[in-house]
Each structure stands twice: as structure tokens, then as C-alpha cells.
Design a protein around this ligand. Structure first.
Ligand code: GDP
Length: 298
């Protein structure tokens, strides 16, 4: 069974002050926010937020000009452009307003330089009175230079963000996740779930297998009546997969039930927990996979 391609990379949101970069970042990262301290060797950019989906991890990084308190940001940006401020970033999202183009947008675009594959997010579509002005604006944008995509969005209402994410994903390289996908902080409930699953497995398995087991949380949704969680138990070999799944899935059922009961008692709400067991060959040898699985937290 082929796994879908996983992509991961650094994403910069660039644009003049006040176009909504911070708002967009918050909306894109949303409840999946995980602000982590980047490991120094991982990136020279400051990581602002991470969004981890099943087949992609977006690492949003700071670039000059993100700060509203920097009145000369655009000038600084242009200076930095000469020294390659965006070198090493995998995707550039150029943020403009749906209301129209301004001179400062020109500066920001120049700052990006001749980088190919720039994605334009045309933000604040919710603030447009009529949509009539949007089409000419989009056409004028497209005429400026070849962009990889031009996506009208609203950071405020969340309109069209899925399309923007899809366009960003297309620009990212094939890579495992660079950051843990299953937690945003040490007290994160996702992390507790992963730990509980691991604990329950340890209780039921022989010595050798647990060391080859890692758990990631693929879905964590707090719905009105219940919390819906999907987790993957990663093993190294298909032989281990059979052991962990158990006869007719019996072991997984037991583990899932025990974890669910514990979570329901702890959170005092219903939990729907789905567990999958997947093979990731030789991941214990692969630093990046370890990182993706959150196991190199030394
Ligand atoms: P930044 O300087 O580019 O980071 O911009 P901010 O995220 O701080 O947003 C600037 C202003 O635009 C704030 O008052 C936001 O509330 C507002 N804003 C951001 N996104 C939207 C949007 O999608 N719709 C509307 N109507 N306002 C927005």
C-alpha cells in the first residue's frame, strides 16, 4: 500500500504592513498551532508557527517585514533582498489586499526578488463591498509577473484558506515532517494521548517491540459532544505490525479502549479514538524520521 507523498518546508509570508500577514498566519496555523523553539541546526529562520496535516507540514518562518513595529521594514526588506533574505525558504506567499494595489506593495514585491513560484494571497475579500472590483484586481496582479497561484482569501472568515494551503503544499519539497506533528507544548493534550497509547502498548507487548514503536496524532478535534482523535502507531517492520495489531485487531482494540476510558475519565467528555498501525521502515536509523516522530527531544 503506497503512502501518499509527504511534503514539508519553510513558508514565508511577505507583504507590506497591515495587509494581514499576522492574521493570516494565525488562521492558517489555527488550532494546529505549535510554536516550537527551532533547533539551531534546523533553520536559520525563526519559526512562527507550524501546521501539520496528514500529508504536509507547513513551517511558517519569520522574514523581515513581518513586524508592524518596524516602520522602515520595507527598506530593510529591500536591503536584505540583496543579501538573500528569502534564500532557503521553500515557498513565498506574497500577501496583498483585495481592496487594491498600493505603492508599498510594489516595494514588497521587489523585495521578494525574481524568485519563481510566488503565491499571492489576496486577503480581506470579506471587506469588499461588491465583488466586481476583484476580477480586474486579480487580472492586474497576474499581468505583473507569472505567479504560481493567485488566491483570494479572508484571514478573518477563513474563506478559501484550503485553496491557499493546497497551493503552498504544491510548492513544498517532498520531505518528512521536520518538527513533531503531535504536540504544541509539553502540556498539549495530543502529547498525552500519544503517551497513553505508547504506555498501553508497552503494558501489552514483549520487551523488544515497544522500542520500535512511535505514536503520532493525525487528527484531534474537539467537537461539541466529543473529542475525535486519530492516531498512528508506527512500527519498523511488517512483522511487528502484525504483533501490534494482534489477532483480528484484538490488541489494538484493547489498547484503544484503555486509552479512551482513561481520556474520558480525565477530560470528563466522550472520546472517539481511532488507531492505525503503519510501517515506516528503518525509521530508527533516520534522523529526520526521528524528528518527524518527535523522538529526538534531547
Ligand atoms: P500585518 O501587519 O500584515 O501582519 O497585518 P495584521 O494581521 O496585523 O492585520 C492588519 C489589520 O487588518 C488588522 O486590523 C486586522 O484585523 C485586519 N485584517 C487582517 N485580515 C483581515 C481579513 O481577512 N479581513 C478583514 N476585514 N480584515 C483583516
Amino acid at each position: 500500500m503506497a503512502e501518499p507523498v509527504h511534503r514539508c518546508g519553510l513558508v514565508a509570508l511577505v507583504g507590506r504592513p497591515n495587509v494581514g500577514k499576522s492574521s493570516l498566519l494565525n488562521s492558517l496555523v489555527g488550532d494546529k498551532v505549535s510554536i516550537v523553539t527551532p533547533k539551531p541546526q534546523t533553520t536559520r529562520f525563526r519559526v512562527l508557527g507550524i501546521r501539520s496535516d496528514a500529508d504536509v507540514q507547513y513551517v511558517f518562518v519569520d522574514t523581515p517585514g513581518m513586524h508592524r513595529d518596524a516602520p522602515r521594514a520595507v527598506n530593510r526588506l529591500m536591503n536584505r533582498a540583496a543579501t538573500g533574505a528569502l534564500t532557503g525558504v521553500d515557498a513565498v506567499v506574497f500577501v496583498v489586499e483585495a481592496g487594491g494595489w498600493r505603492d508599498d506593495d510594489d516595494h514588497a514585491l521587489q523585495m521578494i526578488g525574481p524568485t519563481e513560484g510566488v503565491i499571492v494571497a489576496v486577503n480581506k475579500v470579506d471587506a469588499l463591498k461588491g465583488k466586481d472590483s476583484l476580477i480586474p484586481h486579480l487580472e492586474a496582479l497576474a499581468a505583473r509577473r507569472p505567479f504560481a497561484a493567485i488566491v483570494p482569501v479572508s484571514a478573518r472568515t477563513g474563506d478559501n484558506l484550503e485553496r491557499l494551503l493546497a497551493a503552498i503544499r504544491d510548492a513544498l519539497p517532498e520531505s518528512p515532517a521536520l518538527y513533531p506533528t503531535d504536540r504544541s507544548s509539553d502540556r498539549d493534550p495530543r502529547w498525552h494521548v500519544a503517551e497513553l497509547v505508547r504506555e498501553q502498548l508497552m503494558l501489552r507487548l514483549d520487551q523488544e517491540v515497544p522500542y520500535s514503536v512511535a505514536v503520532t496524532i493525525d487528527q484531534f478535534e474537539e467537537l461539541s459532544k466529543l473529542t475525535r482523535i486519530a492516531a498512528t502507531v508506527w512500527v519498523e517492520r511488517s512483522g511487528q505490525q502484525a504483533i501490534v495489531v494482534g489477532k483480528g485487531g484484538a490488541l489494538m482494540k484493547e489498547v484503544g479502549r484503555a486509552v479512551r476510558l482513561e481520556l474520558e475519565a480525565r477530560w470528563e467528555r466522550k472520546v472517539f479514538l481511532q488507531l492505525w498501525v503503519k510501517v515506516r521502515e528503518r525509521w530508527t536509523d533516520d534522523q529526520q524520521h526521528l524528528r518527524a516522530l518527535g523522538l529526538d527531544e534531547t
